[in-house]
Structure formats: C-alpha cells, structure tokens
Design a protein around this ligand. Sequence first.
Ligand code: FES
Length: 532
Amino acid sequence: MALILMDGKEIQIENGATVLSAAYRNGIEIPHYCFHPAMKIVGSCRMCLVEIDGMPKLQTSCSTKIGEALPNRKIDGKYDMVIQTQSEKVKKARKTTLEFLLLNHPLDCPVCDQAGECFLQDYTYEYGSSHSRFIEEKLVRPKEDFGSGIQHDPNRCIMCTRCIRFTREVSGTKELHKIERGNHNKIGIFEDKPLDNPLAGNVTDVCPVGAMLPKDSLHKERVWNYDVAETVCGVCARGCNTNVSYRENQIFRITPRRNMDINDWWMCDRGRYFHHEFETKNRIETPKCRQNSELISVSWEGVFNFVREDFARVRKEQKDNFSVGIVASPFLTNEELFTLSDLAHSLDATVYRFVDTKIGEKQEFPQGFKISDDFSPNSAGLDKIFTNADDVANLKKHSVLFVPSLVAGFEFSDSTVEQMKKAKLVIAIQDEKSAISDFANAILPAQNFYEKTGSIVNEDGWIQRMNPIGQSEKFRYNNWEIFLKLQNLLVGKSAQFSSVSEVFSNVIREKFGLEATFFGLKKEAIQMNGGK
Ligand code: FES
C-alpha cells in the first residue's frame, strides 16, 4: 500500500493503481477523454494532466501508476506521492488542451445530438477558455456513414480513439482505424469493410463527444427531455442492464447500463433497437370479445363478464369432458408466471410451456461479453415456477384455453394453433394482434415488455428487476393482476396481492427459496443458488 497526498487529502491506495483511479475512488474529479476503464490506456488526449511533486513536467493521471512513477521516495518523509489536480499549472494545461481540441470543432452544439451529455461541452464550460485564438479557417469534412446505423462526424472528433479500441479489444472486429496525418487525421473504415458487428452501437456510447451518433435517434429529441427507465433488456437470456430513454411512452433510444456481473458496459445491437418491433399498428388497446364471429371492443367489466359467463357455459356443456389448458412462456416475468401458476392450480389446468426460444447463436466476445442463444428473457424463472409443464407442441384438446402473448419474432407452430382452435373458449392475454387473435373468444390487452414492472432471471441465475417506461395510463391492469382477476372471477377467490413487490416477495420465497425485497433489487441483482 502507498500513502499519497492528493489536493491536501491523505489517501491510502494500493501500489500500481493509477492516479486517475485513486482520484475517482476518493471523490476527486479529473477531466479525461481517452481513458475508458474497459480499454487499454493510451494517454493521448492530455486532458487528465496533473502536477506531481518531484516530476518536472505535468503527468497524465490515467497512465501514471502509484509506486512505479516515483519508486523508493518519501516526500516529507511520509508520502509516496504528492499530487495537485487543481494547481494553476494544471488549470492552464487543461485550458490549452481544450483550446487545441476545439481548433476544428464546429460550433454546432445547438444541432448536435450529444448536447446535454457531451464531455467537450461540459469540460469547456468547467475548465476551458472563453475565447479561442484560432483565426484561421476551420477544416470541414463531410459526415460519413460507417455502417450499422452509425454516423461519423470527423469535424467533431477529438481522436481519443475509444471507438477504435472498442472494435479491437471488446468486439474484436477491428473495423475502425486512424487514417491520414496531422490536421487531417481522422477515424476511418476500409472501403469494403464497414462497421459491422453485433456490438457496433456501443461506439456511440463510448464516444465522449458527438462524433459517433446513432442514425436511429438522430435529431429526434434533445436528451434533457428524456425520462429514463433503468431496466433490463429482454431480448435474450443475458439480461443486460439498460437505460430506456423515452418521452410520453415513446421510446427513443436504449443504451447499456454498467453491471460488471452481467454485461460490463455494453449491450448488443439487437437489444438496442428491438423496441422498433413494438412500433406496429397491431397494438391491442381495448378488451375485446367475439360476438357472432366478430371481435368487438368492450369495457374491462364487459370482457370479464363475458369470460365468466362463457366459462360457466362451456363447463356446463362439456360436463365430464371439461378441461382447462394454460400456456406459460419465458417472455413472462416471475410475477406473471407466479399468478398464472396460481390460476392454473385453482382451475386444475394442464400447463404447457413455449420452449422454442433457442433460436439465436451463442456468442462470446474477447473481453467476455456474451449474447445468449436463448432469445427469451426468463427461461430460468419459468423453470423454477413451472416444474412440470409440458411442451406446447404436445398441446391437447381442451375446453378452455388461456394464452398469454409471445413477443415479436416468435409464433406458435401451425399445428399448435390448429389444436388451440379446437377449444370451445380461448382467452388471450395479448399486447398485439397475432394468429391467436383470429380465433380467440376474448382478448385482454396486456402490457408489452417495456411497460411491465417485474423480475426476470438471466441464464446465470441473476434475478433482476425490470422497470417500466412511465406509468402507462392506458392499461388498467398489470398482467399479473389480470391473472389474479381471472382466478377471482372463475374460482371465487385468489391471493390478495396489492403490489408487484408483494408478488415478488412471495414468488421469491416460495419458488426460489430466497428472501428479498423488490425495491432492494434496484441497484443490486440477486443471484439464486450462486448461479449455474
Ligand atoms: Fe489521460 Fe486521455 S485520459 S491522456
């Protein structure tokens, strides 16, 4: 261990830690661009310069290691290193570095999508000069399409090379390079090799300025207008942590949220852009029931009455042949599966599960980021909650069938659909029209993946909490409440859960053998059974 003095503060730190890391771990901010904790240190932007006693020049704090830079020396007979991060010399260096970085930078903050979360803006405001001595004409170069929906603006680039290092060290695909010399130096791709890898969108996240932007959300909204839901991606069984930026229930972008146990700093492009799959005109927003072979919109009371009366009628007609089937799927949260299992239990129903979710390709990248081959978010939760469910491919003829929705890209097979059609009463709990809507007798509108609150379990056993975009007014019931309501309606009683956190505590205790609170999952996921 070393004892250092930074801005007058005594800090105990292990030898080998960088000055930048020592600063951040002790609440001292040092501005920086090229340093990223996931990538090799290059010390190129010169923004993180600090003054160190005994070293004649300013040093880059991202690359200077405690115990190695000044070995075997004690300052004041006590300190291994004495560092100033706010001295006049440091402030002047930051000012000149920023002046240099801004030489060719356009003054287009008002139209730049990075505005509001741009480190060039923030550091210039905090540490920069109010004027530039550059009177020459600025170098203006055209924007470029790098592929994978990424637009590069070389005029805004500060050549920190984070994007290049990302493709070399994280995705391992090496599409980006430094090209040209001197003033004309820029990030480039080879003509026949565009940016094309499943993690490409992350280069927009690592870019500290507005040089790499996703065309997907370009000029659609200013970042300060977004509301952000800290949630978990549901497009594969990895469960990457994400921030969903939205406004008035419309999603504009999805970006990764750091979780070193699951996704580090990254997410895949499929998860990043999957929300577009939900921008269809097929949304089911009102309850519906079938009358004279026509589906008509009714109130919630209307659909519940319809289900109660038809369920009783079918039971009476079918007598000894009466049976109920329920389809569970790994697209449902633990809370939905738990209340669905209660419904199944109280109706003595046969439970089937949708299993065909391993349609992806297992991928692992050089630093260990993974994409699962299971394109559902909660197969592990389904395994715990429904231990005896049969494959939906074996669906038998039932008098009544309950079918919750799958998600975009998944459908029941034709033979399963034909088998479903044989039921006398099909009750669909669906967010969008599907093959089931063509013959369902009642449809109850459901929340889609981004609108739910609940928990899911990733393929390593991490139980994580999903948070919804806004509090959607248009849905009167959460999906888990619909299952409880159906149970109450058809059996006359159900568990009395008043909130998702209550359901969570119960499912987690009964099915996972754990004690946890739903809101305790906000920052930390819990891992069941130490993972798989
Ligand atoms: Fe240290 Fe760029 S962050 S030189």
